[in-house]
Design a protein around this ligand. Structure first.
Ligand code: NDP
Length: 254
């Protein structure tokens, strides 16, 4: 197999949740650059329309709120019947909530867990059924450095992302015998609206983030995008159940 064929995603269809903005948009863009057709989802139609216009002819969008769990089977059926068989699933949609743990309400906790964990499970189950039947597929979870170690004031986020890391381990044992690989990418500090909002425009917090990052620089969304291309490609055909930090060394200590 040639170098190009090993990394090429020609002929593949990818679903990227939350693909209209932030890291998800760049994941979708890198997948398209690698040859894939992509379907992006999110709650804001105008954002998705703009993203598709930038991604080009190989991109499609569907408006979907992942927390509407009942909508998920129909979402997957619609994609498969109207666009094509999903070869690559990137569970990227996620929310953060920065609050002291003792101020987090049950509703806050449920909202984060519903988006970052339960919806990820439901989408993976529905796409997993198709992939297992076809005996091929690659599933990528976007977790976080918060899945690897503790971060203050993000208790629900940390709990949800750590649980997705556990889910990768469990599902890899079930799905891998069917040639369906499942891996996670754990991004460090990546410059996106979510991260900049979490930093609250506070230069001291931005400096602290860089103090915690051995490379001393912010990640770009396409650093995550290219890692997704690798994990989705033939180059990673013997890799499953892995969590890949994309974090400038953040997870190795500081
Ligand atoms: P953004 O807030 O910039 O983007 C989040 C995306 O998810 C948006 O496109 C949003 O679209 C979509 N989304 C959120 N909630 C829902 C929902 N209920 N249904 C459907 N789509 C939804 O975040 P990032 O790009 O920074 O984060 C992307 C992923 O990367 C997340 O899982 C995050 O936890 C993870 N991550 C990010 C890091 C960073 O440094 N930025 C670090 C570690 C992990 P819309 O609002 O239109 O629905």
């Amino acid at each position: 197999m040639s170098f190009e064929n090993t990394f090429s995603l020609n002929g593949k269809l990818a679903l990227v949740t939350g693909g209209g903005s932030g890291i998800g948009f760049n994941i979708a863009q890198c997948l398209v650059w690698a040859g894939a057709e992509v379907v992006i989802t999110g709650r804001r139609e105008s954002v998705l329309q703009e993203a598709v216009s930038l991604l080009g002819d190989k991109a499609h969008y569907l408006v979907n709120d992942v927390t509407d769990l009942k909508s998920i089977p129909a979402l997957i059926e619609d994609i498969e019947s109207q666009i094509g068989e999903i070869d690559i699933l990137v569970n990227n949609a996620g929310i953060n909530m920065k609050k002291h743990a003792i101020e987090v309400t049950d509703e806050d906790f449920d909202k984060v867990v519903q988006t970052n964990l339960h919806a990820v499970f439901s989408i993976t189950r529905e796409v997993g059924k198709k992939m297992i039947a076809r005996k091929r597929g690659s599933i990528i979870m976007i977790t976080s450095m918060a899945a690897l170690y503790g971060i203050d004031r993000v208790v629900a986020y940390t709990a949800s992302k750590s649980a997705v890391g556990g889910m990768v381990n469990a599902l890899a044992t079930e799905f891998s015998p069917y040639n369906v690989r499942i891996n996670a990418i754990a991004p460090g500090f990546i410059e996106t609206p979510m991260m900049l909002t979490a930093m609250n425009g506070d230069p001291a917090r931005r400096d602290k983030a860089m103090d915690r990052t051995p490379m001393g620089i912010w990640g770009k969304p396409d650093d995550v995008g290219w890692a997704a291309v690798f994990l989705a490609s033939e180059a990673a055909k013997f890799i499953t159940g892995v969590s890949l930090p994309v974090d400038g060394g953040n997870s190795i200590g500081f």
